[in-house]
Design a protein around this ligand. Structure first.
Ligand code: FUB
Length: 518
């Protein structure tokens, strides 16, 4: 990211900005908008005010190996032209405890700013209710301001408008609000997570619940992050969906999500699932908002693609969104995610990235076979960052296989096992009792002159062998077992080494066929 202080005057300063929260103006080289890892931005919610597009975002502050949402405040991004890639970042413009006297600090999760009929802006904010005795203290507050930049004040100082106690008792986590101001002035709020979506009418003041709370059904695979809008008389709901499995149009791994969408002809439904608007991103969570700005539609979403990024260190991206108006209701065309130009890869001996991965097991939906050759290992991985077998009925001798589209010369391999149980365990995920490599040569043959076959988890285990030329290589594992009970296996990364380093070949769109098939 190039910083251009001289451009700071391009966009007006927020009224409440203080020295440590001074806005900065940046020219982004492309997605994610802020990519240098100094400030993570998350849960984008775009909103337009006059000639400016704002994106309300959270701020991830988790340390690299912390798997938790450490989110103390909301930030704003602002631009007058997304194509210019010039953005102003307004840090720390709201903290839960600074606006809502009844809120705890931290957990500034996904909110939305919506312009009301009165021209003022309403900020729907999920925050923790400090003095609540509810099982889950997340609640939704409303703040109001004359501009997205604030200053914001609590519009409902007596407390949240939605919690597990008000306006009705519910037992969901009350987060991820999205609000629709309909053409007739009626107002609807939707919220929820973990597969449960509620909707309710608000009074025309944008604040007071009118009720009743209604369970929203029909949005296949709904997980969280609803985003409502109306276009040409049709109501659209975009959401993070996690209907997972090998045949799913959404995601192969349940910990990841696509952005799915559905439609309705009236605000509270019935809703109908329509398709996928964005394939899973690099972060396990997917959160997006859609907006029309100066005649062009955009989707803002987050990824783990910034420097040092991760599932809890997310960053906002923005891409164009197109509608297919040749059908009724008009369809959201799947968004094509773009990225800032990346440095060309250097030479490497690892050629796993140009292979397609397969495995003997039907991969349980918590794992992701694509993790095998994604080039990433983590100290504290989540399940989709590995291939694995644990399914309660674990296979004794599973294998994973790489298939190249043409024969490759190889003489080594490095594998990185995951385990949450010690060697010799028959439960959980344990290092294999033993393993070996086989290559295809008209039949499966073991590599020879082997040094290695270590099984220590959490570190690369390197194997060297006599050079073979093959199109398919297998790692065959003997799972750990004890007293007749077989443990699961997990592999974060599996590299295959050519004798000399070279620039990796681009990954092909089509998967090479199995060697046995030829
Ligand atoms: O950022 C915290 C939570 O992660 C949001 O509320 C969800 O939508 C997911 O993005």
């Amino acid at each position: 990211m190039i910083r251009l202080p001289a451009l700071a005057a391009l966009l007006a300063m927020p009224a409440a900005a203080c020295a440590q929260n001074a806005p900065e103006t940046v020219t982004s080289p492309g997605n994610p908008i802020l990519a240098d890892g100094r400030n993570y931005t998350t849960d984008p919610a775009p909103v337009v005010d006059g000639d400016t597009l704002y994106i309300l975002t959270g701020r991830d502050e988790a340390a690299p190996e912390v798997n938790d949402f450490i989110m103390p405040e909301w930030q704003l991004l602002a631009t007058r032209d997304p194509a210019s890639r010039k953005w102003q970042r307004i840090p720390g413009f709201i903290r839960p405890e600074n606006v809502f006297a009844w809120a705890e600090p931290a957990r500034a999760y996904a909110g939305q700013i919506v312009k009301g009929m009165d021209g003022r802006f309403y900020f729907y904010a999920p925050v923790l209710e400090r003095d609540s005795d509810a099982k889950d203290k997340f609640a939704i507050g409303v703040a109001v301001a004359d501009s997205p930049r604030g200053p914001w004040r609590d519009a409902h100082p007596s407390g949240p408008i939605i919690s597990q106690k008000v306006p009705e008792a519910n037992d969901i986590q009350n987060i991820d609000p999205t609000v629709l101001l309909d053409d007739d002035g009626r107002v609807y709020i939707y919220w929820g997570t973990f597969g449960r979506l509620l909707g309710m009418e608000l009074e025309g003041d944008m604040i007071t619940p009118k009720g009743p709370e209604k369970r929203i059904e029909g949005l296949t695979g709904f997980f969280e992050a609803p985003w409502v809008l109306k276009r040409k008389g049709t109501y659209y709901m975009l959401y993070a969906g996690n209907k997972a499995g090998p045949g799913s149009d959404c995601t192969p791994a349940v910990y990841h999500a696509c952005q799915a969408w559905g439609t309705a002809t009236s605000p509270l439904g019935p809703w109908k699932y329509r398709g996928v608007a964005l394939r899973p991103v690099s972060s396990t969570t997917s959160h997006a908002g859609i907006v029309e700005f100066k005649g062009q539609w955009y989707m803002a979403y987050h990824t783990a693609d910034a420097v040092g990024g991760g599932h809890f260190r997310r960053s906002v991206a923005i891409d164009r969104l197109e509608w297919d108006d040749t059908i009724t209701p008009a369809a959201i065309r799947p968004v094509v995610p773009t990225r800032a130009p990346q440095p060309a890869p250097g030479p490497t001996r690892n050629i796993a990235g140009s292979a397609a991965a397969a495995s003997s097991n039907v991969v349980p939906v918590q794992y992701w076979i694509a993790a095998l050759n994604d080039g990433k290992v983590r100290e504290n991985p989540l399940p989709p960052e590995m291939w694995g077998t644990w399914n309660g009925n674990n296979p004794k001798q599973p294998w994973v296989e790489y298939r190249w589209d043409k024969p490759v010369a190889i003489d080594g391999s490095r594998i990185y096992f995951f385990a949450d149980q010690p060697a010799g365990s028959g439960v959980g995920v344990a290092p294999p009792a033993a393993w070996h490599l086989e290559y295809w040569d008209g039949g499966w043959k073991r590599v020879s002159d082997v040094g290695g076959y270590g099984t220590v988890p959490g570190a690369y285990q390197e194997v060297r062998f006599a050079t073979v030329t093959t199109r398919c290589l297998r790692a065959v594992f003997n799972a750990s077992s004890s007293g007749g009970s077989v443990a699961g296996l997990g592999v974060q990364e599996w590299e295959v080494l050519a004798p000399t380093a070279r620039i990796p070949e681009p990954v092909r769109g089509t998967a090479p066929s199995a060697c046995e098939a030829n």
